[in-house]
Design a protein around this ligand. Structure first.
Ligand SMILES: [Fe+2]
Length: 232
C-alpha cells in the first residue's frame, strides 16, 4: 500500500523531507506546507510545477468524520499516497496545467474545472476486478462517507463522462448524491489531455444538472433512492 511506502501509519506522520525523497524519485512530485486554502491561481500554479500543497493544521479526534476545510489528515493521508501512482500523478499535473489556462479564460472555465476536481480527485470511485474502490481523498478522509459511497443505496453511481461532470453541480453540505466511476487512471488522464477550451465554449450556455440527477444518456451503475430523472 502506498501509505506504507511512505511510512504513514496510525501512529506516525512522516516528515515532509522524508516523504519528498520517496515522492520525487517515484513521480517527480514534492510536497509543500501551506497555512490553508490557496487562491485558485496559486494552487494551479503549484500543481502545474508538480508541487502539492499540504495544510499544516490537523483536526481533533471528534472531527474525524467531516471537516469543511482541508487539514493535514485530508491532504497527507487522503491525497498524497496517490501521487506515487505514475498515471494519477500525471493526471494531477495535467489538471494543474489546465487550471493555469482556465484561470486566464475566466470564471465559467474555473467552475467547470472545479467540478472535475470535485468528482474525481475528491470524490472519485474506480472500478476494479474485485469491485468498486475509492480513490477520492474527500471520501478517504471520512470514515462515514467511505462506507456510504460503497454500500448505501442512496447515491447514484454513474460512469465518468467529462462533459457530464463539467455540467453537474455538487453539494458541500452532505455526503455526495452522485459518484462518477472511472475504469482506470489511464482513461481519466486521456480525457484530460485535450485542450478544454472548446469544451468550455460548448457547455457554457447549456443547462446544469443537479447533483441528484440521472440522465437517459448516463451509464448508470446504480440509480440512487432519491434520483431525479432529468431530460435537460
Ligand atoms: Fe482535497
Amino acid at each position: 500500500m502506498n501509505q506504507e511506502r511512505f511510512g504513514m501509519s496510525e501512529h506516525a506522520i512522516p516528515k515532509f523531507d522524508e516523504l519528498n525523497v520517496t515522492l520525487k524519485k517515484a513521480t517527480g512530485w514534492e510536497l509543500i506546507g501551506v497555512e490553508g486554502l490557496l487562491p485558485d491561481d496559486v494552487f494551479f500554479g503549484h500543481l502545474s510545477q508538480r508541487r502539492f500543497p499540504v495544510t499544516w493544521w490537523i483536526r481533533k479526534k471528534e472531527q474525524l468524520d467531516y471537516l469543511s476545510e482541508p487539514d493535514l489528515f485530508h491532504d497527507l493521508f487522503g491525497h498524497v499516497p496517490l501521487l506515487l501512482e505514475p498515471v494519477f500523478a500525471d493526471y494531477m499535473h495535467a489538471y494543474g496545467c489546465g487550471g493555469v489556462k482556465a484561470a486566464k479564460i475566466g470564471a465559467d472555465a474555473l467552475k467547470r474545472l472545479t467540478r472535475l476536481y470535485w468528482y474525481t480527485v475528491e470524490f472519485g470511485l474506480i472500478r476494479r476486478p474485485e469491485g468498486l474502490r475509492i480513490y477520492g481523498a474527500g471520501i478517504v478522509s471520512s470514515k462515514g462517507e467511505s462506507i456510504y459511497c460503497l454500500e448505501s443505496n442512496n447515491p447514484n453511481r454513474i460512469g465518468f463522462d467529462l462533459e457530464r461532470v463539467m455540467r453537474t453541480q455538487f453539494r458541500i453540505d452532505t455526503y455526495q448524491q452522485t459518484y462518477f466511476v472511472i475504469d482506470d487512471f489511464e482513461s481519466l488522464f486521456a480525457a484530460t489531455r485535450p485542450d478544454f477550451a472548446p469544451l468550455y465554449a460548448k457547455v457554457e450556455n447549456l443547462p446544469d444538472f443537479a447533483a441528484v440527477d440521472v440522465l437517459p444518456t448516463d451509464l448508470v451503475l446504480n440509480a440512487g433512492k432519491h434520483a431525479a430523472v432529468s431530460i435537460a
